[in-house]
Design a protein around this ligand. Structure first.
Ligand SMILES: [Ca+2]
Ligand SMILES: [Ca+2]
Ligand SMILES: [Ca+2]
Ligand SMILES: [Ca+2]
Length: 189
């Protein structure tokens, strides 16, 4: 992906990606993000990220905006399903195969939720998941209901509740450096 973006960039087809973050309103978010060093985000230097420290980065770097695909400043189930799908499709070939599904389940599903099996999700049995199958699977396993009220749109604070919890793998209310490295590898795209 990075090479492709670079190629587009060089040929001038992706002019907005080069703009400063404070640039024009119609600016697209950068095509890929680089996760910052843990120490950069750990503002109080206690070797953990709390919710405020993660939220500051999410706000500064436009993470919420990236998830808000229709750009109405709120996330609805479609925005979240599509963002999750993009992240889940690790090799960006627009389908999710079983190995990608298994890795994603590990990040996405808390112990309290049963993701079922890949075969449950693969409704047409072609051994790949498309966006519709993922949306159906998230719904059928109550993933959306677990993280937010799926009928409603959610704002920044509610998004942060979900996003922080997804990084805080052991649920102790803080992100240690191991959780951060793991989350940065998975969630920053
Ligand atoms: Ca801290
Ligand atoms: Ca894939
Ligand atoms: Ca399928
Ligand atoms: Ca933790």
């Amino acid at each position: 992906m990075r090479m492709r973006v670079l190629a587009l960039f060089v040929t001038g087809l992706l002019p907005f990606a080069a703009c400063d973050a404070d640039g024009a309103e119609e600016m697209e978010p950068a095509a890929t993000m680089e996760p910052p060093a843990f120490a950069t985000l750990d503002l109080d230097g206690d070797s953990y990220l709390d919710a405020d420290e993660l939220a500051e980065w999410v706000d500064d770097e436009g993470v919420f905006t990236r998830w808000d695909i229709d750009a109405d400043s709120e996330l609805d189930a479609d925005d979240i399903d599509e963002s999750v799908y993009t992240i889940w499709d690790a090799d960006e070939d627009t389908v999710i195969v079983e190995s990608e599904w298994e890795t994603g389940v590990d990040y996405l599903y808390p112990d309290a939720l049963d993701p079922g099996t890949f075969q449950d999700w693969d409704l047409d049995g072609d051994s790949e998941l498309d966006a519709d199958e993922v949306a159906e699977g998230l719904d059928a396993t109550n993933w959306n209901e677990y993280w937010y009220e799926a009928d409603a749109v959610i704002g920044f604070d509610e998004f942060m509740d979900m996003y922080f919890a997804l990084w805080d793998r052991d649920g102790d209310g803080r992100i240690d450096s191991v959780e951060y490295e793991s989350g940065a590898e998975y969630w920053v795209y």
